[in-house]
Design a protein around this ligand. Structure first.
Ligand code: SF4
Ligand code: SF4
Length: 325
């Protein structure tokens, strides 16, 4: 039987995750739990149910078929649809993901996140976008979740893409054994490598894991010939201080010959609906989005260290002030 992996989404025409126009493949499963995660549906390695409360008419059909009594009785649509309501239709700890409720819902208010796909099926989907790669310099970006959670599978997809002459990006948080990462590199043109914090204790507090392995993997990656773009999600109250950027710029400058650019990614809370659909109360939902222009000052700190820095990380960045040194 062919190996399959859970894919949470395949996004077309993406321009912020590597050069050119890209196809993003999001594999489900991640060992980290970043407090600001913009893709919470990619964290768990199993299919999950979205309850899209704005589509729900509270008909109760899902409740009638649930064998686990995991669905709460209907409430008024107004209450259910009010943003910020703490009402969660599904009691997730009772649910065994039989999906009977999804079948029963005639309003698409219940859907499943996570589709099992083989590497061939994924590559066939990526192949459809080939005409867009040619003139834009785009290709496949393998993302997640964390692709290195599925070492053999991810390596297989990257190899298949390379064999078809498709440019490959591996979007990784770097939290894996070096052997796992190394195994994929021969078929990776560009690594999009996250740096979240340089302090191990703060990193662990906000992501659930320490950063030692990540920093070590970055050092080893910089000794290979794989191009690297560092991506720093700048999150209020976590890593938006001058002290962090000073330290991060100093640290990254050690690898500046291999790092083509550093992307500062402004925090936003557009993903708050996804948390609601998954029944998660997201503590950052009321945190204001960062105005990208505010990140030009920290971006200059990286430029002063000889690193090319962008704000936003577009693959079509035209206005980036590339470092001269
Ligand atoms: S998937 Fe969960 S909530 Fe839905 S019917 Fe099955 S047990 Fe109930
Ligand atoms: S079946 Fe669908 S529309 Fe009806 S209550 Fe359940 S989620 Fe809402």
């Amino acid at each position: 039987m062919k190996q399959e992996v859970l894919v949470s989404d395949i996004q077309k025409f993406a321009v912020n995750d590597g050069p050119g126009i890209r196809t993003l493949v999001f594999l489900k499963g991640c060992p980290m739990r970043c407090a600001w995660c913009h893709n919470p549906e990619t964290q768990a390695p199993f299919p999950e149910i979205y309850w899209k409360f704005r589509l729900c008419v509270q008909c109760g059909a899902c409740m009638d078929v649930c064998p686990k009594n995991a669905i709460l009785p209907p409430i008024s649509p107004k209450d259910a649809q009010s943003e910020g309501s703490a009402y969660h239709k599904i009691l997730r700890d009772k649910c065994d993901r039989c999906l009977a409720c999804v079948e029963a819902c005639r309003y698409d208010a219940l859907t499943v996140v996570g589709k099992s796909m083989t590497a061939d099926e994924i590559i066939d989907e990526v192949e459809k976008d080939r005409p867009f790669y040619k003139n834009s310099g785009g290709g496949l970006t393998l993302s997640g979740g964390e692709p290195t959670c599925h070492p053999d599978f991810a390596a297989q997809i990257l190899q298949a893409a390379k064999q078809r002459g498709i440019h490959t990006c591996l979007d990784t948080n770097g939290f894996c054994e070096w052997d796992v990462l190394e195994k994929m590199l021969e078929n990776v043109d560009l690594a999009l490598f996250d740096l979240k914090h340089t302090d191990a204790a703060i990193h662990k507090q906000h992501t659930g894991v320490g950063n030692e392995k990540i920093l070590e993997n970055l050092a080893r990656l910089s000794e290979t010939d794989v191009d690297i773009w560092i991506r720093i999600p700048v999150v209020p109250g976590f890593n938006d201080s001058k002290a962090f950027h000073t330290h991060a710029a100093e640290f990254l400058s050690r690898f500046k010959n291999q790092i083509s650019r550093v992307d500062l990614l402004p925090f936003h809370n557009w993903c708050q609906d996804k948390y609601g659909w998954l029944g998660i109360d997201w503590p950052l939902k009321d945190t204001e989005a960062t105005d990208p222009s505010f990140l030009e000052i920290p971006a200059d700190m990286y430029r002063e260290k000889g690193l090319a820095a962008t704000v936003g990380g577009s693959g079509f960045e035209k206005t980036a002030k590339w470092a001269s040194g």
